[in-house]
Design a protein around this ligand. Structure first.
Ligand code: PRP
Ligand code: URA
Length: 208
């Protein structure tokens, strides 16, 4: 699949297995998600542009590199919040926007309830964060919203994706790169990813 990148690092894959395990309780789920999201952040930022600056060490002046563009992180509430801690560890200067969406249980369509994004979204590289890409309705709606608010460079970061969701996002936003740690088999009749890891929001926040 074009513009789909699978993060195959062994530590990432080990952590995805721990997150899939139904015996992993909420407290462990949260800390594993934080760790794996930092590793994901490291991988998905590999192509960020740099610019050269002068830096003075205790001994001499030399050239160094800094990120050429600002970075904005946008988690989709609720489950996307689970990825923010790891991302800001790697990107401490990132600004953070929020998009509140939940899936209607019958129609599986996203229902929006909150939007707040930083002003520098136009010039920033924007990482949309959500652990689950199922039907793709939530991610596609969030990307449309971000484009309508001026975002030009968008990257979608997920932990587990279904082929249906990747196809749906790329039908509407073909240029957006999707990073995921696992491309699973399919959706079940209730729109859950198989094998997946269950309801990510419930597992993070202990609301199941
Ligand atoms: C989950 C998940 C995604 C969405 C994915 O959120 O975090 O946002 O479902 O499904 P889709 O690809 O079919 O749109 P949910 O709606 O359960 O809300 P929550 O995070 O508040 O629990
Ligand atoms: N949302 C989740 O949290 N899990 C799924 O499998 C699908 C949507």
């Amino acid at each position: 699949m074009k513009n789909l990148i699978i993060l195959n690092h062994p530590i990432v894959q080990r952590d995805v297995t721990l997150l899939r395990d139904k015996k992993t309780p909420s407290n462990q789920f949260r800390s594993i998600l934080r760790r794996v999201s930092a590793l994901m952040a490291f991988e998905v930022t590999a192509a960020l542009p740099l610019r050269t600056v002068t830096v003075t060490t205790p001994l001499a002046r030399t050239k160094g590199k800094v990120l050429a563009r600002p970075v904005v992180l946008v988690p989709i509430l609720r489950a996307g919040l689970g990825l923010v801690g790891g991302f800001v560890e790697i990107l401490p200067d990132a600004r953070v926007g929020h998009i509140g969406l939940y899936r209607d249980e019958q129609s599986l369509k996203p229902v929006d309830y909150y939007f707040k994004v930083p002003k520098n979204i136009r010039e920033a590289v924007v990482f949309l964060l959500d652990p689950m890409l199922a039907t793709g309705g939530s991610a596609a709606a969030a990307l449309t919203y971000l484009k309508n608010h001026g975002a030009k460079t968008l990257v979608c970061v997920t932990l587990v994706a279904a082929p249906e969701g990747v196809r749906q996002v790329h039908k509407i936003h073909p240029e957006v790169k999707i990073y995921t740690c696992a491309l699973d088999k399919r959706l079940n009749s209730r729109g859950y990813i198989l094998p997946g890891l269950g309801d990510a929001g419930d597992r993070i926040f202990g609301t199941e």
